[in-house]
Design a protein around this ligand. Structure first.
Ligand code: DOR
Ligand code: ZN
Length: 411
């Protein structure tokens, strides 16, 4: 039995917690705080088709190192997860890999909307977290660029009572701007090509459709002040519109291209400092429901290619909690808010079976984000070099204690 004694909880009470183990150990946890383990509603663990970037063993280790015990994985794989057959095949590989790794990570999968396979939604409804729509092209081949197809997705989502989770960037605006600016060699131009107008216009369309179909829509990785404003208005009207933002849109801006180049290139792209501030305000007033890491690893070799060839996406599952705890120690976010963003609200949007996983953190621990410490297969972070205060020490998954420093479960 492992016992944590004198552990602080969110209700400011002290608790003693015990978990089964071969050892008899008592840990003085008086400097530690227990929080609910995180649900990361937005990861790309790259199976099938790109296991040189990540697989479910390295992804699960990275998750536990970041205090995450539940993930929702995206369908932009090779082949994409857009048929019942592909969904089952993907699930089979994931279960094998998690079994081999002996990590019972909790997960759900999105079904990718593809114009040729929309009818399959009827067959998969029970087994999916929701339907993922790419309104603008990003990594992979999934795309719904025609309004008529988007309408169909909303109709099917309503019939089968599934949430529509959307990468909201307008494809027409993206392709027009790419034509006009496409030859640029500077990674900073990524934010000009994928201009804010593409995101704003897509969110306007989604809110219109959500209203028309009385549908549940989950707008992923919002990055601009205007998107937050539109979503705030929709919520005030009582619509079932939910919003996610990411750690990179909160803690990085377009000023970071100068130092990091393609290593901070992602879709939607980084915006202005004033957008970062607006996102924090939208967190504060409840417009933004949740923070998903959008963990989208690519190898260094891939990222080292020139702008135009380098893929978009950054890893993030291991750093989301330290970044949020650090913001808390700076007075920007309360612990209650962090818990709501990373567990309570996302649990309402994408329900997981009940569990009592938790993460034990040290709010005084100061450590730099170091690539060498990361468990993600890609081995780098866009936050590398940042000095953060507040780190996870143990993650409890299904009563098993994972020690972050050693990267393994206690026996
Ligand atoms: O930057 C991104 N990377 N945005 C996406 O929409 C996909 C992701 C990936 O899978 O690499
Ligand atoms: Zn994503």
């Amino acid at each position: 039995m492992i016992t944590f004694r004198n552990l602080k909880t969110l209700s400011r009470k002290r608790a003693t917690l015990s978990f089964p183990s071969q050892d008899a150990r008592i840990i003085d946890a008086s400097d530690f705080l227990m929080l609910p383990a995180l649900i990361d509603g937005h990861v790309h663990f790259r199976i099938p088709g790109a296991d040189h970037k990540e697989d479910w063993k390295t992804g699960a280790l990275a998750a536990l190192s970041g205090g995450v015990t539940c993930v929702v994985d995206m369908p932009n794989n090779h082949p994409p997860c857009h048929t019942l057959h592909h969904l089952h095949a993907k699930k089979k590989i994931i279960d094998q890999q998690l079994k081999q790794a002996a990590i019972p990570l909790r997960y759900q999968l999105y079904f990718g909307a593809d114009p040729r396979h929309l009818k399959e939604i009827a067959q998969v409804e029970e087994c999916i977290a929701g339907i993922k729509v790419f309104m603008g092209a990003s990594t992979g081949e999934l795309l719904i660029s025609k309004d008529a197809d988007l309408e169909k997705v909303f109709q099917l989502a309503r019939i089968h009572d599934r949430i529509v989770a959307v990468h909201a960037e307008d494809e027409q605006i993206l392709s027009e701007r790419k034509k006009a600016l496409g030859d640029c060699k500077d990674p900073a131009h990524h934010s000009l090509i994928r201009d804010r107008s593409a995101a704003i216009s897509a969110v306007e369309k989604l809110i219109y459709l959500a209203h028309k179909h009385d549908a549940k829509v989950f707008i992923l990785h919002i990055s601009t002040k205007e998107e937050a404003h539109l979503i705030r208005q929709a919520k005030q009207k009582g619509m079932r519109v939910y919003a996610e933002t990411t750690p990179h849109h909160l803690f990085l801006s377009d000023a970071d291209y100068a130092a990091h180049g393609t290593y901070v290139q992602m879709n939607p792209p980084l915006r202005k400092v004033r957008d970062q501030e607006a996102l924090f305000e939208a967190i504060d007033d409840g417009t933004i429901d949740t923070i998903g890491s959008d963990h989208a690893p690519h190898t260094r070799e891939e990222k080292d290619q020139p702008f135009g060839k380098a893929p978009s996406g950054v890893p993030g599952i291991e750093t989301v909690l330290p970044l949020l705890l650090n913001a808390c120690t700076q007075g920007k976010l309360s612990l209650e808010k962090i818990t709501r963003l990373t567990r309570r609200n996302i649990e309402n949007i994408i329900p997981f079976p009940l569990h009592d996983d938790c993460v034990i953190v040290d709010l005084e621990k100061i450590q730099t984000v170091q690539n060498e410490r990361l468990k993600t297969k890609c081995g780098w972070s866009p936050f590398s070099g940042m000095l953060l205060k507040g780190w996870p020490i143990y993650t409890i998954l299904n009563k098993q204690v994972f020690e972050v420093e050693r990267g393994q479960f206690l026996p």
